[in-house]
Design a protein around this ligand. Sequence first.
Ligand code: UDX
Length: 445
Amino acid sequence: MKIAVIGTGYVGLVSGVCFAEIGNEVICVDKAEDKIVCLQNGKVPIYEPGLKEMIHKNVTGGRLAFTTDLPTAVAATELIILAVGTPSLPDGQADLSYLIAAAEEIGRAMNGYKIIAIKSTVPVGTNEKIRSLIQMHTIYPFDIASIPEFLREGSAISDTLNPDRIIIGVDHEEPIAELLELHRPLTDQILVTDIRSAEMIKYASNAFLATKISFINEIANICEKVGADVSQVATGMGYDKRIGPSFLRAGIGYGGSCFPKDTEALIQIAGNVDYEFKLLKSVVEVNRDQRFNIIRKLELELSDLKGKTIAIWGLAFKPETDDVRDSPAIEIIQTLLSRGAQVKAYDPVAQDNFRRQLTHSSLTYCSTAEDAAAHADALCLLTEWKEFREMSLTRLETLLRNPLLIDGRNQFSEEQLASTSFIYYSVGRPNLSKGIKEPRPVILF
Ligand code: UDX
């Protein structure tokens, strides 16, 4: 199948490459010339394990190419996948301007029947608006389909090649056969539905996963007060097939390019039809508060943070990505700086992206995890990179000025801590080190 993928962000690039990998002829289009030149030269603008190698393989195999020339790409293909960004506007609504611009350009470039499939996450009803828009710019017939994307950063390739399900939203029979043919090599679990339901499935899925995370984070906060262990609670809950074990890791809350944006957008979508999505509003609020538990724990031990040196391990919103969009680390570091702390930060991959977001005279970026920890009054782990987990705690203890470890991702065990004198705080787990100032659990009865 000949496919044009418009937009080479995370979703567009990974989908395009994976469709080439399963034997299609794919042309990836983007307006950003620097991005396209970079891709044409074998460089990858994002960090995603395995992506560079897969691009190289498919470019040399003649199945994958990159261009800024949208009209030529549209004219040469019958299936056009729209995967441009829909970032949040200040009021939380999705910004559809890139999508609208691309749709108009596609309409003008059409030279015959096309299937235009929208992968960008868009509010319910957008696909139909895009159809009207394209209609205004072309005399040729076409069909619209909604094919939402569920890939996760860091495991984007395996998620795309082995998805849990494929959703195809259509309002005509015509495009179904071709879209099924495209996706069948990936999975048999394909739901063909109407366009509005397909649009809603994407938001509802992300909102549900975000809810699971905020739920377990609140359970963790209660566990801290009653002396229970949230990791045990999550394991016990997860054995129930109706609940399932995933997305029950307590921590400092979710970040990234999807959950924060999509939860806000769904609250807006509901609000636009006079429905207050109370549950999701609370999920967002819990998520915003959760990150500040790090500061509270630091202050419990160090009192005033002014003049204290705080080491930060991890800046990406999760491991295996260089993405720092809506990373909890941003607000945590900003708060530390505003309270007069000196911050020494390290991330194995996301440091350059983070530096573009945040520079400050009291913020130093370090070249190794050990450099960041050296002479610090406390160390906060914010992203669960493997190299942090594998660090020797006895060695770490010799580096810090004060052995205070605040673990925002529950990475260390009682055994690892046993031979150290660390004062150790994690999230929702009982005190694993001696002498911490966390209030003792209340007597329950
Ligand atoms: C998410 C969805 O999983 C994916 O289906 C959608 O297409 C895009 O949004 P992504 O943002 O790449 O993917 O990452 P994900 O692995 O889902 O994690 C999102 C955030 O939740 C991260 O900040 C992560 O640290 C946090 N998280 C995840 C938790 O705090 N606890 C968990 O149990 C799981």
